[in-house]
Design a binder for this molecule. Structure first.
Ligand code: NCD
Length: 309
C-alpha cells in the first residue's frame, strides 16, 4: 500500500514504496494489452490537467488510464475559465464537485499541484510542477535502468546540464539517494544551484572529470522557458563544453548507458547520432517504461477503491 493519498514527489516516498511501484509496473511493461483484460479502473474517471506543454507525459497518462479502463478526460486549459481569471483553488473546488477518481496535473509553478491536492478528495499525481518534482519520470528512469543494467543499486549516476531548472534532476536525486546510489551533477556554474550538495550529490563543472567511472549518464535539456536571463553564452559553446558526444562518453564506463527525459535538442545537450545509438542510448526504452510506470501508479493510488468495488 502507498501511505499517502497523492503522488506529489519522490521525496515523500520510502524506498519500499519506490520498489513496490517498480515491481508492480513490471506486469505492464511490453505487456499492457494482455494484462489489462481485467480493467481495474473500469467506471473510474481520470482528469488530466496540463497547464504546461507536454508530449510524452500527457499522452502516456492518457493511454495508461485508457488501457486500465478509466474514462480519461483531458481538461482543455486554453478554453477554460482559467483564462478568465479563476483562481486555482476555485478550479480545484469545481473539479472536486465533479467527483473524479484521480487527477493528473502539470503546472509551471512549484507547489501548485500540492495546493490543488489539498482541496480535492481524490488522489492527485504530480506530472511535473515548476522546477520542483516530476516523480513518474524518476520512477520510469529506475525501471529503465533495472531492465537494461539488471540492478538499481550500487550505481554511479551522472546528471548533466541544466540542473537549476530541472524537476527531473531533483526527483532523480531524491530517488537515487534513497536507493543508496552515488550521484554527481555536472554542468556550468550558472546552471547548478549553489546549495545542491546539501541533497547529497557531488558537483563537477566539467564533463571529463564528472563522467569518470559512471554507469548511467542522464542528459537534460536547457530549459529556456524557465530561464530569466543569460545562463550560457551560446548553444555552440555549450555543446562543445557540455554536450554529450562520443569524445566525452569515453570517460564513462564502457558499459555506461545514456538517458534523456525528452524533449531533446540534438546538437545542443546531446549529439544526434549518439542519441540514436541503441547500444548506449535507452531513450526510447524510457518512453516504454513510462507507460508501465503510469499504469502502476494509477492502479496503486486507487488500490483501496479498486478492492472495495
Ligand atoms: C521533462 C519535463 O517536462 O520536466 N520532460 C518530460 O516530462 N519528459 C523535461 C524537459 O522538459 O526538459
Amino acid at each position: 500500500m502507498l501511505k499517502n493519498k497523492d503522488l506529489l514527489g519522490i521525496r515523500e516516498l520510502s524506498k519500499n514504496e519506490i520498489l513496490y511501484i517498480i515491481d508492480n509496473a513490471k506486469k505492464y511493461y511490453h505487456n499492457n494489452k494482455i494484462t489489462t483484460k481485467k480493467k481495474v479502473l473500469n467506471n473510474f474517471t481520470q482528469i488530466n490537467l496540463f497547464f504546461e506543454n507536454s508530449t510524452r507525459t500527457q499522452v502516456s497518462f492518457e493511454i495508461a488510464g485508457t488501457l486500465l479502463g478509466a474514462s480519461v478526460v483531458n481538461f482543455p486549459i486554453n478554453n477554460s475559465s482559467q483564462s478568465k481569471g479563476e483562481t486555482l483553488i476555485d478550479l480545484a473546488a469545481t473539479l472536486n464537485s465533479m467527483t473524479p477518481d484521480i487527477l493528473v496535473i502539470r503546472h509551471p509553478n512549484s507547489g501548485a499541484v500540492q495546493l490543488i491536492s489539498e482541496k480535492v478528495i481524490c488522489p492527485v499525481i504530480n506530472a511535473g510542477d515548476g522546477n520542483h518534482e516530476h516523480p513518474t519520470q524518476a520512477l520510469l528512469d529506475i525501471l529503465t535502468i533495472k531492465k537494461r543494467i539488471g540492478r538499481i543499486e550500487d550505481l554511479n549516476i551522472a546528471i548533466c546540464g541544466d540542473i537549476t531548472h530541472s524537476r527531473v534532476a531533483r526527483s532523480n536525486i531524491f530517488c537515487h539517494r534513497k536507493l543508496g546510489n552515488k550521484i554527481r551533477v555536472i554542468g556550468p556554474k550558472t546552471l547548478i544551484p549553489k546549495d545542491i550538495d546539501k541533497l547529497g550529490v557531488q558537483v563537477f563543472y566539467n564533463m571529463v572529470d564528472g563522467l569518470r567511472n559512471i554507469d548511467v549518464v542522464m542528459v537534460l535539456r536547457l530549459q529556456k522557458e524557465r530561464m530569466d536571463g543569460g545562463y550560457f553564452s551560446s548553444e555552440r559553446e555549450y555543446f562543445h563544453l557540455y554536450g554529450l558526444d562520443d569524445r566525452k562518453m569515453k570517460y564513462a564506463k564502457a558499459s555506461a548507458i545514456i538517458m534523456h527525459p525528452g524533449p531533446m535538442n540534438r546538437g545542443v545537450e546531446i549529439d544526434g547520432d549518439l542519441a540514436d545509438n541503441i547500444d548506449k542510448s535507452v531513450i526510447t526504452m524510457q518512453v516504454e517504461a513510462g507507460l508501465a510506470i503510469r499504469m502502476s501508479v494509477l492502479e496503486l493510488l486507487l488500490k483501496k477503491k479498486i478492492d472495495n468495488v
